[in-house]
Design a protein around this ligand. Structure first.
Ligand SMILES: [Ca+2]
Ligand SMILES: [Ca+2]
Length: 219
């Protein structure tokens, strides 16, 4: 009986690993299959596509091989399907004018997310990312930022968004920057016992800032 169970489990894991991932946005899939978007040696430049066996599809085993993605100057509108890249550590998005939202959860290895020049990006929702440390947003239309269970969040950089309120509640955060968010009226920073650096600049409409945490910050 136990042998049969092992066989069934082995067969199931083979099926899971051979499974082809569905990407609703054909531009995203095209980028994964045909463009250099994977940084295989971690030097900050992309050097390979994600379709290792060149069958025009991305399966779960190919997804498991990716640690770093860089997407630059691309018409991708949706990154739906990204939650299948379970070993992804770094994701850098640069100049994606049509990207509208990001929703990542249960990416247990994701550490860094950078979004530079994503002018249509309105919503970012991050939840249950146990080792996620660093969120960097520069120039977007962001008006919704939901930070769920991010127990390791260390650094937040938010520049030129349309956020009206920001609420951050994290015991481990050490660095926070909010600059040039021209719609920002309200900032709530709670339980920031380890915060070392807080930079709040040129948020012209800012009316309310509540902070609880360590005194004598660098700024
Ligand atoms: Ca590289
Ligand atoms: Ca493939």
């Amino acid at each position: 009986m136990r042998g049969l169970l092992v066989l069934i489990l082995l067969a199931f894991s083979f099926v899971v690993y051979g499974q082809i991932i569905n990407f609703p946005d054909p531009t995203f899939k095209w980028a994964l299959v045909n463009t250099k978007c994977v940084d295989t040696d971690g030097d900050g430049t992309s050097d390979s596509d994600a379709d290792i066996n060149d069958d025009g599809e991305i399966d779960m085993s190919e997804a498991a091989d990716v640690a770093s993605f860089i997407f630059e100057v691309n018409n991708i509108a949706s990154l739906d399907g990204m939650n299948n890249f379970l070993n992804l550590q770094n994701l850098k998005l640069h100049n994606l004018p049509f990207l509208k939202k990001l929703e990542f959860r249960h990416l247990k290895n994701l550490v860094h997310l950078t979004c530079n020049f994503t002018p249509s990006l309105k919503s970012i929702k991050l939840d249950s990312l146990p080792v996620f440390k660093n969120l960097h947003i520069y120039d977007s239309s962001l008006d919704t930022l939901l930070l769920g269970k991010l127990e390791s969040l260390d650094s937040l950089f938010i520049h030129e968004t349309k956020l009206k309120t920001i609420s951050v509640d994290s015991l481990v955060l050490t660095k926070l920057t909010f600059s040039d968010n021209f719609f920002l009226k309200n900032i709530q920073l709670n339980n920031l016992e380890r915060l070392e650096s807080l930079e709040i600049r040129r948020n012209r409409l800012l009316e309310e800032l509540n902070y609880s945490g360590k005194e004598n910050l660098k700024s």
